[in-house]
Design a protein around this ligand. Structure first.
Ligand SMILES: O=C(O)C(=O)C[C@]1(C(=O)O)C=C[C@@H](O)C=C1
Length: 362
């Protein structure tokens, strides 16, 4: 007994010593980040505090060097917070996100920017864009696609009338919980969630709550707020949202696909330089004629460009049945091969806009 107490005391003493060293080093790192800010300011250019390509480079290097036992994800969480605090010393960033508090978009925003940023919840995707366009927020976070439910069309459509660029992407594993004051599933009479939440848990609901009314609402966080109001309601939401609204968890991990992942975009001004592992998003269109899509994509295929996504949307301001294509490709628009391919696409298109080149999600 005494032995194990001594051993514990010794181990704790070692941890204290290590913590002192970590604190010393983190403080030194923060002082260097302040020097970086002075150098940036002395160059006289508009100061870009947030450098997504540099942050991606740091996280990838550390992930390659990670000796364990912490996972690469855990190492990334720790170092994102360190960078977030260093960034905040230079300039506190405001990030608008699709709210309210407790949404998966908030989780994605915090994952990406860390707790050193200030987060500003918005009611709609449109107002996230507006906050950044008007300068009220430095950056914005919006969902763009889910691995099982597909595209968030509002987000794509909003780019057509905006000058904003994509400066980053975030991928988040979406784990849904059923949260309710009900003590058992058979007490639940209605389930609230965002339409995407209901769809992502459709098979689970069919089996476990087949008779229960499914009510789509504006967000999973709003679902949690509503479900907290009476014990016969439940919400499909994140554990964080359930906790925020004081809702007990009835069942965890009810999403039909366990790899369920949503991709979010970071909106802003500016164009991050290449980070080494980038993605480029563009929107293109052409006069409505035979072979249109082939004509537009052929230069990409010929130059060996890897296309990761294509989405067609009605052009709206053009002819009634004309379409625009949102395309993601691997690489940075400044890479030689991609730059060549894109200029050929540009020559063939009536509408061509690079929405952004940015580091691939980590
Ligand atoms: O390298 C820079 O430009 C910095 O400002 C330093 C730092 C960091 O803490 O490492 C902080 C913010 C940037 O987004 C990138 C990196």
């Amino acid at each position: 007994m005494t032995d194990s107490r001594d051993e514990l005391a010794q181990l704790r003493q070692r941890i204290d010593g290590i913590d002192d060293q970590i604190l010393e080093l983190v403080s030194e790192r923060a002082r260097v980040a302040e020097e970086v800010a002075q150098v940036k300011a002395a160059r006289g250019e508009a100061v870009q505090v947030y450098r997504p390509e540099r942050e991606a480079e740091i996280l990838r290097r550390l992930s390659d060097a990670n000796p364990g036992p912490l996972s690469n994800e855990q190492v990334a969480v720790l170092f994102r917070e360190v960078m977030s605090a260093c960034r905040a010393l230079q300039q506190p960033l405001t990030v608008a996100f699709l709210g309210p508090h407790g949404t998966f978009t908030e989780e994605a925003a915090t994952k990406h920017f860390g707790h050193g940023a200030t987060f500003s919840p918005q009611n709609t995707i449109g107002s996230v864009f507006r906050e950044v366009e008007s300068g009220s927020a430095h950056y914005g976070l919006v969902p763009v696609e889910n691995s099982s439910e597909g595209v968030v069309s509002h987000t794509l459509d909003r780019f057509l009338g905006s000058e904003l660029a994509i400066v980053g992407e975030v991928e988040l594993r979406i784990r849904h919980a059923l949260a309710s004051h009900a003590r058992a599933l058979d007490e639940v009479e209605r389930v609230y969630s965002h339409q995407q939440g209901l769809s992502q848990c459709r098979a689970w609901l069919d089996v476990h709550l087949p008779e229960v009314e499914r009510l789509p609402v504006a967000s999973t966080a709003e679902a949690a707020r509503l479900a907290a109001l009476d014990a016969k309601s439940a919400a499909i939401a994140s554990e964080a949202a359930a906790e925020r609204y004081g809702l007990p968890l009835l069942q965890l991990r009810i999403e039909d696909h366990h790899g369920n992942t949503t991709r979010f975009l970071v909106l802003g001004y500016g164009a991050p330089p290449p980070s080494g592992r980038d993605k480029t998003s563009l929107v293109v269109s052409s006069a409505n004629r035979t072979g249109l899509l082939y004509q537009l994509l052929e230069p990409l295929a010929r130059n060996g460009i890897d296309m990761t996504r294509i989405e067609s949307r009605p052009a709206r301001q053009q002819g009634v049945w004309e379409y625009v294509f949102f395309i993601d490709v691997q690489g940075h628009a400044e890479d030689e091969q991609l730059s060549e391919a894109l200029s050929e696409v540009r020559d063939r298109a009536s509408l061509f806009r690079i929405l952004g080149s940015y580091p691939r999600a980590i």
